[in-house]
Design a protein around this ligand. Sequence first.
Ligand SMILES: *Cc1c(COP(=O)(O)O)cnc(C)c1O
Length: 360
Amino acid sequence: MDITIKERRPEDKKMIPAFDAKLGFGRHFSDHMFLMDYSSAKGWYNPRIEPYQYLNLSPAAMCLHYGQEIFEGMKAYRNEEGEIFLFRPEENIKRMNRSASRLVMPELDVDFTVNAIKKLVELDKAWIPPVKGYALYIRPTMIAVDPFLGVKPSDTYLFYVITGPVASYYPEQEGKLKAVKIYVTDKYVRAVVGGTGEAKSAGNYAASLRAQLEARDAGYAQVLWLDGVEHRYIEEVGTMNIFFVKDGVLYTSPLTGSILPGITRDSVIKLAPHLGYEVREERLTIDEVLSGIESGEISEVFGTGTAAIISPVSHVAYRDRDFEVGSGDVGPIAQRLYETLLGIQYGEIEDPFGWRVKLA
Ligand SMILES: *Cc1c(COP(=O)(O)O)cnc(C)c1O
């Protein structure tokens, strides 16, 4: 399949925002988007790059009523030399295919899709901030578009990719991370085994908003989710996976079926031993975590995800108590993992695992 490219006319090009702290996250969108249609008769067809524009969608489109939607989140990085890199992009498309399978949606050809994303990023490369910590966020999305009211899988789909420049997710100054406070909920659950927690699908996030709001109101940045059955085991935090440093060993929840299998999580699991740290994928209970923080056995807590890469946690609140992790500062292991991952992503240091994909 050849990708048709329709470029925005130079006089219609949008203003690229300044690459400074005001840039924020997820508010600006680049000049072009990739689109491709699917029908059960034809498979995927009409792959094209066009100016960024509103979609033409039936108000009866099934994605709007029954939530048959999946998405991905990845980044393109540009360094001062002008080199542009993607980070493990095939992993995102493979995960999207697993999400697709769970939501009974059509799978993508991994190589074709990564190639389409490369073309799109290349065309809008002026939008990639050449500033460390900043990146071009890439949002592949798939929606069910049959105009039909009735609960069944759609026969037609739209896959599209939009991009936009982003600052680091949490404010950060001169390479120094900022720790965030998190709030444990035992009132709401994100996912249960057998549900859709493993898929990056819209409904999971709509279902998390109420808990997120209550956490914000109480002064916390993110919700720490416990397992959906016993409300005891740590699962993940907000839209990140979570790690604990206990007696110098890194712990993270195993992929039980209700946790989103993060690519940053997987990268930390592979990178940490390379830096001399042991990693264990073991379930920890909230009680073990809180007593570990209190005794000092747990010296660091941090989240991992594409948006923030590594997000250190300074406080964990549960019921009416608030526990400070270590001295509330960014821990040395979180800082080291952050610097190493960023160094790899921006092409500054050796890439021992071959994770970088260099664009032209
Ligand atoms: C996207 C996401 C993550 C992190 O995945 P990455 O591939 O590391 O970005 C973790 N948890 C949830 C719920 C997510 O949506």
